[in-house]
Write a protein that binds this ligand. Sequence first.
Ligand SMILES: *Cc1c(COP(=O)(O)O)cnc(C)c1O
Length: 380
Amino acid sequence: MNIPSNKPYWTEKEKRNILDALERGKISGDGYYTERVAALLEDNFGARKVLMTTSGTHALEMAAMLIGLEPEDEVIMPSFTFASTANAVLLNGAKPVFVEVKQESLNVDSIDIERKITEKTKAIIPVHYAGVACDMDRIMAIALNHNLKVIEDAAQGVNAKYRGKYLGTIADFGCYSFHGTKNYICGEGGALLVNQENTQIIEKAEVMRQKGTDRWLFSRGDVNKYNWIDTGSSYSPSDLLMAVLLAQLENMQEITEKRKAVYKVYRNAFEPYERRGILKIMKIPQECDPNYHIFWVIFNTQEIRDFVLKEFNRKGVAASFHYLPLHSSPMGKKMGYKPCDLPVTEKAAKCLLRLPIYSGMTESELHYVIQNVETIIGAL
Ligand SMILES: *Cc1c(COP(=O)(O)O)cnc(C)c1O
């Protein structure tokens, strides 16, 4: 049997919406479906302003521009993340400063954040890894104390909560991804959440997203011709993609429940091995409602992890690992980091194992994975 690491969960609705979008005839940005998706996210998550983007990466880039980064500025972020988090800062001429994660959640360690704040620190980008929230109370308090901006990289955190608040709506800005590997998808897509009552910032974001023009006023009928008024780029996604996304978001709870069911079976299957000290299972703090984006465990050594990974893959189960930490990647080394600078991150990346998790996983697929957990890990 072959079990992929993830798989899209489609209903008839996605297909119906695509056909409808084609028939409406306006498949460029900011059409009917884009407006509906943004409204759905604003209403469901209580976000002040949602701007749909072409990717999570672009949402991060916009947020980095909107906080007005300058060349000497430093932005604190975990090394254990995807390259996009750091690129957003580098593309604005500023410097990413990498900090440690906590082993039990692989979320950014707020003690290390405080340690690495300097005169030049301008912002913090916490990454909600696996759809489990960072310690946002602590991070927001640190930011307030040091007058820093906070951008949530909630690319994996859509529809997950922290103390009842949706991830992405807590800090100054939030960034979502709807990339094909995430929970709710449209192939490539994202959203920027502006969580401030500051209409100037919201307008700046609208202009930036529409090639530096006031097209958004034109669309509203407020002006009869749109003008170039600032710098910007092309960040609004095709309405075809938003048609797919609307269907996904309307099925959001169903998609989440199905992932949760897989997660629970995994948890039960792995608990005996955790009790025997063979591995540790990801922890979900009391104050977090996750979206079950990733199920991960961590082994004691890289040798064991690599062995287990190879065995799963040999049996057709696409268990996997990530990230190659940013600080120890070729680019991180060019920036002057050494692998030993962040030992917790380095060790976690070498010992982590992810199991396949997707909404359409059948009983027999799940059973097959669990059988392999028992034969592979049970034999260690
Ligand atoms: C997926 C992801 C991104 C990038 O999102 P895209 O939509 O693929 O551009 C950024 N940060 C994290 C943590 C991610 O997991």
